[in-house]
Design a protein around this ligand. Structure first.
Ligand SMILES: *[C@@H]1O[C@H](CO)[C@@H](O)[C@H](O)[C@H]1NC(C)=O
Ligand SMILES: *[C@@H]1O[C@H](CO)[C@@H](O)[C@H](O)[C@H]1NC(C)=O
Ligand SMILES: *[C@@H]1O[C@H](CO)[C@@H](O)[C@H](O)[C@H]1NC(C)=O
Ligand SMILES: *[C@@H]1O[C@H](CO)[C@@H](O)[C@H](O)[C@H]1NC(C)=O
Length: 360
């Protein structure tokens, strides 16, 4: 079996927590653990990811070369080797702990250990920027069937499934919630505050979305207008289409907000439109980074492109090609002097050198 990208599972978990995430002026630190096992526990993958809001700051993946807890955000590079050693050891301990719990659950169901099994766990806290505790999280999910979560009162548990109810009983006997409460209200909030302080340039920034509307004719002749929001942070955003000033939900499709891979997010919303009615539709974008919600319309392209641009473009293009060719010839000559039987360099190297040229 190929290993599953932890992000795939993570998205499910984050979608579930998204509802709790937008308390005004608050920040959330969450740790996501996923254990997948197959072949009767002979094979497994364990991941542990730490997030503040929508930014990952550390992570562990057992199916990498030399698995270790590693920094994933610039401010984490100031941590000592001892810190990473400790966190790696903790990840190993947690792997064993989750494995044992999963075995116990399978035992409760008298279920064989062959086939695929999973445990997912989330824990963490939400606090106001001044450090006031707002919410704690501690949830476990076994094989997407049994679910146990600490309630918002940090005292009682929600349990779904026979095994989860047995676990709840055991945890109540141990007063587990009481020790968790201390961890979530104090230690978790203090750690979150430290991250917000050390990583403030990244965590406390707002990148407003870059927006535009595109236009596409469908096979049936109707039109899709797509409203784009790109390069924004944090991930929380609202995109809506209105028709003549009223919210429009008919023939609409909204893509889940997705990470761009560099710490920013992307989203789009499509609406189906009768040709000629494009101007009745407006897209509305709300985001923390925008002083006012944006209103966008489809802007048809200008009917004729000024010829002057084309001519300038052609001349510039010709000049550029000339420069490249001249450079290539020169390069081959000089290279021939250095090394007999010179082969062509890779084109990327040429580009780099060409760009350096004007500066000298
Ligand atoms: C990991 O488990 C070992 C053995 O139970 C324990 O001695 C050690 O303190 C644990 N380390 C961490 C970081 O949790
Ligand atoms: C558990 O499974 C075994 C083997 O499949 C079976 O013999 C046994 O009766 C089962 N026990 C319970 C409590 O279901
Ligand atoms: C339209 O949708 C937006 C976003 O979901 C919402 O905030 C607003 O209240 C809605 N307006 C009406 C008139 O329903
Ligand atoms: C992130 O990536 C997008 C698309 O790949 C790019 O347009 C944007 O400039 C990048 N943003 C940052 C902050 O690097």
């Amino acid at each position: 079996m190929k290993t599953i990208a932890p992000q795939a599972l993570l998205l499910l978990l984050m979608a579930k927590l998204a509802l709790t995430n937008h308390l005004e002026g608050s920040h959330t630190m969450l740790f996501f653990q996923t254990l997948l096992t197959w072949h009767g526990f002979m094979e497994s993958q364990y991941t542990y990811l730490g997030y503040v809001d929508d930014t990952q700051f550390m992570g562990y993946n057992s199916r990498t070369d030399k698995p270790r807890m590693r920094p994933h955000a610039p401010w984490m590079h100031q941590e000592t080797p001892e810190f990473w050693e400790y966190e790696t050891q903790r990840a190993l301990n947690l792997t064993k702990q989750l494995t044992d719990e999963l075995k116990a659950v399978l035992h409760i169901y008298n279920q064989s250990t062959t086939g695929y099994h999973t445990v997912q766990m989330i824990h963490g806290c939400t606090a106001l920027s001044e450090g006031y505790f707002r919410r704690g999280y501690y949830e476990l999910n076994y094989d997407a069937r049994d679910y146990i979560a600490l309630n918002e009162d940090l005292n009682t548990w929600t349990a779904v499934g026979k095994a989860a109810k047995i676990i709840r009983y055991q945890w109540m006997m141990l007063d587990f919630a009481e020790s968790l409460k201390i961890f979530l209200e104090d230690i978790c909030v203090q750690t979150l505050q430290t991250h917000l302080k050390n990583g403030k340039e990244i965590l406390l920034r707002t990148d407003p979305p870059k927006t535009h509307v595109t236009h596409k004719v469908r096979a049936d002749g109707t039109i899709t207008l797509r409203c784009w929001a790109l390069d924004f942070y944090p991930a929380e955003i609202t995109l809506t289409w209105q028709r003549n000033g009223h919210n429009h939900t008919q023939d609409m499709e909204i893509m889940d907000t997705r990470p761009a891979g560099n710490g920013t997010f992307q989203k789009w919303a499509d609406v189906g439109v009768t040709p000629g009615e494009e101007q009745s539709y407006t897209c509305h974008v709300q985001h923390e980074g925008l002083p006012e919600p944006l209103t966008l319309r489809w802007e048809p392209p200008q009917p004729s492109v000024p010829t002057i641009t084309i001519v300038t473009g052609l001349v510039l293009g010709a000049l550029l090609i000339g420069a490249v060719v001249t450079f290539l010839i020169w390069k081959r000559k000089t290279k021939g002097k250095e090394r007999a039987g010179s082969e062509l360099m890779n084109p990327w190297e040429y580009q780099v050198q060409l760009r350096v040229c004007p500066a000298t």
